[in-house]
Design a protein around this ligand. Structure first.
Ligand code: ATP
Length: 238
């Protein structure tokens, strides 16, 4: 299996001591990798570096074998790397449909864009009923679905998700996780999913990557990690 995303020896900080101290891992094509770890472990920093929002002081990120060092955020999106940020980033003054169309801004195929919107409404049914509703009138779960759907409209190869379960009811979280899994199985989408909801993330992931204070402390099949009590106690707090 080939790596869709390949991260090597990444060192990243915010001016002071580095937050990530040489992080390396692969995300294989068509798989879901859960990125877990306690508060402040560096999950958001890692995702922001992969998406190009933060520049590493050392190390590399490759997408489908191509070095992204000189590729800016927008070009990374064009090359198939989409990020759903923590806090969701839905534009609250726009309707559901307008938000979705924003996700397709780079696309040059109107018919493909129409098909992508229809696919998102089929995938996230609550959004279809809310097509003309403004972002600020949506529930937390609907906003999260919209943020994910908007990223998917660009038809990414790799989707980076930062804590999609934050503040959502367990049933909504389960629905979102299930939908992501279905998408990967059906379309070959690759997902890197940062989560504090470790059990939820590991339940849909193929592999789990545990980050402990800026270092990868474990990278294993998700089921195996979920069953490792010592590791869970040491790094994941349950
Ligand atoms: P959480 O789940 O709480 O968001 P996280 O695993 O995503 O945690 P990060 O947000 O990446 O962790 O934070 C890692 C470390 O980097 C923390 O010590 C944090 O204080 C620090 N940090 C994060 N953002 C900044 C910033 N903009 N400037 C300075 N330090 C930062």
């Amino acid at each position: 299996m080939s790596a869709a995303l390949s991260v090597r020896d990444l060192v990243v900080g915010y001016g002071g001591a580095p937050v990530l101290h040489g992080v390396s891992f692969d995300v294989d094509d068509g798989t879901v990798v859960a990125l877990v770890g306690g508060n402040g472990a560096g999950k958001t920093t890692l995702l922001r570096t992969v998406s190009g929002l933060l520049a590493p002081s050392a190390g590399t990120v490759h997408l489908d074998g191509r070095d992204l060092a000189r590729v800016g955020v927008e070009d990374r999106v064009r090359r198939g790397l989409a990020q759903v940020p923590e806090g969701r980033g839905v534009i609250t003054e726009l309707t559901v449909e307008e938000n979705l169309r924003l996700g397709g801004l780079w696309r040059r195929d109107p018919a493909g864009l129409r098909a992508a919107l229809a696919e998102m409404y089929a995938l996230f049914e609550p959004l279809e009923r809310r097509r003309t509703t403004l972002g600020h009138q949506l529930s937390g779960g609907e906003r999260q679905m919209l943020a994910i759907a908007r990223a998917l409209v660009a038809r990414p190869r790799v989707l980076l998700l930062d804590e999609p379960s934050l503040g959502l009811a367990p049933l909504v979280v389960a629905q979102i996780m299930r939908t992501l899994r279905e998408l990967c199985d059906r379309t070959g989408l690759t997902v890197l999913l940062a989560e504090q909801n470790v059990a939820g993330a590991l339940s849909v992931a193929d592999r789990g990557l545990v980050l402990g204070l800026g270092e990868v402390v474990a990278s294993r099949p998700a089921a195996e990690l979920a069953g490792d009590e010592a590791l869970r106690h040491a790094y994941l707090g349950f």
